[in-house]
Design a protein around this ligand. Structure first.
Ligand code: C6P
Length: 412
C-alpha cells in the first residue's frame, strides 16, 4: 500500500453526482459497485460526449469532404492527441486506437511472427491475464519461439532474481502487466524494462489495470509497447490504446487489411498507409475514441494523486476489516498494490459468497479472473475479488464487510 498525499479538494460525494448508476438499487439495496477492475462506471461528462456525437456529428472519418465527417475526424484526432499527452508519447502517430487491451496485445504478437524465429525466447510473467498469455502461445506455435515464465512468490510478487536468471541474449521480448488484475500487485516494470533492454529485448506492458490508477509516462519508462482499455478508465467499452515506439510500429507488419490502412491498391500489389493508419483498418469506434479522450480528461481533472490516495485509504480500511473475519485468506499481499483484494473464506465457495453479496446489492467478481495460472499457483479454483475506485466510499466498504459476515453465517 503506497503512502500518497491526499489533495484536500477531493470530494467523493460531489464526484458521485457524476455517476448516475451509483444511485440505483440492486435487489432492493443501494448498489455498492466493487467490481471496478472488470469495468469502471461512466461519468456524465463522458456520456454527454457520446450523446453529443450521435446528436450532432455522427459520420465516418478520414473519408468525407462534408462538414460532419470533418468534425468527427477532428474530434477523433484530438482524442488521439489527448491520449498521446496523457501517456507522454513523443508522437501522436505512436498512439494506435484499438478495441481494447486484448486487441493491442494480439496486434503486437501477430507482428512479431514476422520477426521471431525458431529457438528465440520470449518471457512472460506468472501474474498475467489470459490476454497476455494466449496470443504469445499462438505466436510460439507459429514461429517455434519458446515461452518462458518469470515465477511468482506467495505474496503474489514476481521473483526478480529469477527474471535475471531467465533473461539472456536469446530473449527477444518480455511482456507483463503493470498491475495484476487478480491480485493488484504493481510490478517493478521500470527495472524489468531496463534489464530487458540490456539484451535488446523489446518490452510490452499490459497497462489494463494500471491505467485507471497510475499515470504511466511511456518515454520515462522507455517502454516499447503499452496497452490499455478505455472501459477500465471511465470510458466506453470497445475502445483502447496501443502505444508503440515509432521504430517498432514501422517495423511491424499490419495486423488487418482493409479500408483506410492502405496507400494504393491494385490487384497486383497494395502499399500500406503510414502510422497510425497502417494499424487501423476499417471504420473504427469513432464515438468510443472521442469518449475515451473525454474519460482521460475526466480522470486528469480528478487527479491521479487524488485517485491513488482515496483508493489507497479504501484498500487499507477494507484489508484491516477483512482480516478480522475468521477463516479469511487474502491472496496478493504485496506492499505495492492497487485497491484490489482477492480473498477466500475457509470452507466457502467464492461463487456462493459473490451470489449472496449480490443479493445485498454488493457487486464483486468471483472466479479465476481470467488468470488461471495464478489460481493454479495457489491451488484454488478462484477467489472473491473486490476492486475499488475513487468514487467508492468508506460506507460502501462497511456495507461490504457487514454483508460478507452475513453471507458467511448463512453459508456456514
Ligand atoms: N480484465 C477483469 O475483470 P479487455 O477485455 O481487452 O478490455 O482487457 C483484457 C485484460 C487484459 N489484461 C488485464 C491485466 C486485464 O485485467 C484485462 C481485463 C477484466 O480482470 C476482465 S477479464
Amino acid at each position: 500500500m503506497n503512502p500518497v498525499t491526499k489533495n484536500i479538494t477531493f470530494d467523493v460525494a460531489k464526484i458521485r453526482e457524476d455517476f448516475p448508476i451509483l444511485k440505483r438499487k440492486v435487489n432492493g439495496y443501494p448498489l455498492a459497485y466493487l467490481d471496478n477492475a472488470a469495468t469502471s462506471q461512466t461519468p456524465k461528462p463522458v456520456m454527454d460526449v457520446i450523446i453529443d456525437y450521435y446528436s450532432n456529428y455522427n459520420a465516418n472519418i478520414h473519408r468525407g469532404v462534408h462538414s460532419l465527417s470533418q468534425e468527427a475526424t477532428d474530434k477523433y484526432e484530438q482524442a488521439r492527441i489527448k491520449i498521446q499527452k496523457h501517456f507522454n508519447a513523443q508522437k501522436a502517430h505512436e498512439i494506435i486506437f484499438t478495441s481494447g487491451t486484448t486487441h493491442g496485445i494480439n496486434l503486437v504478437a501477430n507482428g512479431f511472427s514476422a520477426i521471431l524465429k525458431e529457438g528465440d525466447e520470449i518471457l512472460v510473467s506468472a501474474l498475467e491475464h489470459h490476454s497476455n498469455i494466449v496470443p504469445w502461445q499462438m505466436l510460439c506455435e507459429k514461429t517455434g519461439a519458446i515461452l518462458r515464465v518469470i515465477p511468482m512468490n506467495e505474496e503474489g510478487e514476481l521473483i526478480y532474481p529469477a527474471f535475471e536468471e531467465l533473461i539472456s541474449e536469446n530473449t527477444k521480448m518480455v511482456f507483463l502487466n503493470h498491475v495484476s488484475n487478480a491480485l493488484g500487485t504493481v510490478n517493478p516494470i521500470e527495472k524489468i524494462i531496463k534489464k530487458a533492454h540490456s539484451v535488446d529485448a523489446a518490452v510490452l506492458i499490459d497497462g489494463a489495470q494500471a491505467a485507471p490508477h497510475i499515470k504511466a509516462d511511456v518515454q520515462e519508462l522507455d517502454v516499447d509497447f503499452y496497452v490499455a482499455s478505455a472501459h477500465k478508465m471511465c470510458g466506453p467499452t470497445g475502445v483502447g490504446v496501443l502505444y508503440g515506439k515509432e521504430e517498432w510500429l514501422e517495423k511491424l507488419p499490419p495486423y488487418q487489411g482493409g479500408g483506410e490502412m492502405i496507400d494504393t491498391v491494385t490487384f497486383e500489389k497494395t502499399t500500406y498507409a503510414g502510422l497510425p493508419h497502417k494499424f487501423e483498418a476499417g471504420t473504427p469506434n469513432i464515438c468510443g475514441g472521442i469518449a475515451f479522450g473525454a474519460a482521460i480528461d475526466y480522470l486528469n481533472q480528478i487527479g491521479f494523486e487524488n485517485i491513488a490516495s482515496s483508493e489507497n485509504d479504501l484498500l487499507n480500511y477494507a484489508t484491516k476489516k477483512l482480516m478480522e473475519i475468521d477463516g479469511m485468506k487474502i491472496y496478493g499481499v504485496s506492499k505495492n498494490k492497487t485497491a484490489v483484494i482477492s480473498f477466500n473464506i475457509e470452507g466457502l465457495h467464492p461463487y456462493d459468497i459473490g451470489t449472496l453479496l449480490d443479493k445485498m446489492g454488493i457487486a464483486v467478481r468471483t472466479g479465476h479472473h481470467c488468470a488461471q495460472p495464478i489460481m493454479d499457483f495457489y491451488r484454488i479454483p478462484g477467489t472473491v475479488r473486490a476492486s475499488f475506485s475513487f468514487y467508492n466510499t468508506k460506507g460502501e466498504v462497511e456495507r461490504f464487510i457487514e454483508a460478507l459476515k452475513k453471507a458467511k453465517s448463512m453459508l456456514s
